[in-house]
Design a protein around this ligand. Structure first.
Ligand SMILES: [Zn+2]
Length: 158
């Protein structure tokens, strides 16, 4: 029986996290971000404004479609944000140009040792000014040497 490459358990960063269960090579695909495909109107209907997204598992694939990891989601939804990422989320554009079918994969950026938590930079772009509550929700606690203190893409949004 093969050993699973990753394991989900409690994370010192936030909630549950995904950890390497074996040494992982650089630039390998670890997980696909799965879940129900919904459009932004449906995402808003389900989860309201962005201030609530911190408690959900939504991945914005492109301008029109999101993956709702709360519905049929894979372990990829538990991969936390980190300001010094060891993974990246790559969008694979559908060959026929159907944006609804674009796929998202979590791949390693470097060699990752067994026991390390997998993180990628969420670099979130929010479409409206943040309330103090929302700002607190997106606070980063990754403790990287150069942690920017937020999961958002840039200081200008903080
Ligand atoms: Zn950070």
């Amino acid at each position: 029986m093969s050993v699973p490459r990753i394991v989900v358990r409690r994370s010192p960063i936030h909630g549950r996290g995904v950890f390497a269960n074996v040494d992982l090579s650089a630039h390998v695909r670890v997980l696909e971000y799965r879940g129900e495909r919904i459009d932004s109107a449906e995402a808003f209907r389900r989860y309201g404004d962005n201030s609530r997204l911190g408690e959900t598992y939504l991945f914005a694939v492109n301008a029109h479609w999101l993956i709702d990891g709360n519905v049929g989601g894979s372990s990829a939804r538990f991969v936390n944000h980190g300001c010094a990422p060891n993974c990246e989320a790559l969008v694979w554009v559908d060959v026929d140009g159907d944006e609804r079918r674009d796929r998202v994969y979590i791949e390693t950026l470097r060699r990752i040792r067994k026991g390390e938590e997998l993180v990628f930079d969420y670099a979130l772009e929010l479409s409206h000014a943040l309330t103090a509550t929302a700002r607190e929700r997106w606070r980063c606690r990754c403790e990287a040497a150069h942690c920017r203190g937020s999961m958002l893409a840039s200081e200008s949004q903080i």
